[in-house]
Design a protein around this ligand. Structure first.
Ligand code: HQG
Length: 187
């Protein structure tokens, strides 16, 4: 199976399973699960031909384990990153490590300096456990910059942290006082 086909299908799955299930008439339950046959049928109506083998290849090749398939093999979901209001995934609440990292782009810093980190369109602010992962996230938006977050101190002060099935850390908001700026990368 071609890498290009896998990548394009992965982007399509992210779009419908996280953001716009209605674009193909797909119903997701509150935990984000959608029926795979309905997904294939909905995509076909929009002219995109998918099959189970391709979907399974996307799920198993995802570097970030973005999707999971139910034990009975009938349903699929994105494990984090949602913006659609139909989904309200119950992530596992967990005490975070001392520090977590957030990769962003320099162009957002002025606003972040005013508001701290906000979830924007998504349900949560996404945090990485290490700096290289955060750099990769920030690079998607422009010149990357990594913010170091005093996660444990936040948690000790009552802020909730969750960890998605694929290890990505989530929280609702990071106030400015818990943020420290690292240098843009490359400097
Ligand atoms: C920024 C990808 C202005 C924030 C990634 C980010 C991740 C602010 C952008 C996951 C702000 C939102 C999520 C403020 C935060 N003012 N901008 N106050 N607070 N921002 O894409 O974290 O590959 O919604 O820094 O790897 O970049 O798709 O979030 O730059 O895990 O699986 O607003 O999505 O995963 O951008 O990425 P996004 P994100 P996948």
């Amino acid at each position: 199976m071609k890498t290009k086909q896998i990548n394009e299908t992965s982007k399509f799955l992210s779009y419908v399973l996280r953001h716009e299930p209605h674009a193909i008439g797909l119903q997701l339950d509150s935990e984000g699960w959608g029926n795979i046959d309905s997904l294939i049928a909905g995509a076909a109506k929009e002219g995109l031909i998918l099959d189970l083998t391709l979907i399974q290849a996307v799920v198993s090749s995802s570097d970030k384990r973005r999707f999971s398939i139910s034990d009975d093999g009938l349903r699929i979901r994105a494990v984090q990153g949602h913006s659609t209001p139909t989904v309200s995934l119950q992530h596992i609440e967990k005490a975070p490590p001392d520090f977590l990292y957030h990769g962003t782009a320099t162009r957002f810093l002025e606003s972040i300096h005013q508001q701290g980190l906000i979830a924007g369109a998504r349900h949560y602010v996404h945090l990485s456990h290490d700096i290289p992962s955060a750099i990769a996230v920030g690079q998607r938006h422009g010149i990357p910059v990594v913010l170091k977050i005093e996660a444990l101190r936040m948690h000790q002060q009552g802020f909730k942290f969750f960890q998605a099935e694929n290890g990505v850390w989530l929280t609702e908001h990071v106030p400015l006082i818990f943020l420290h700026e690292n240098q843009p990368y490359p400097p």
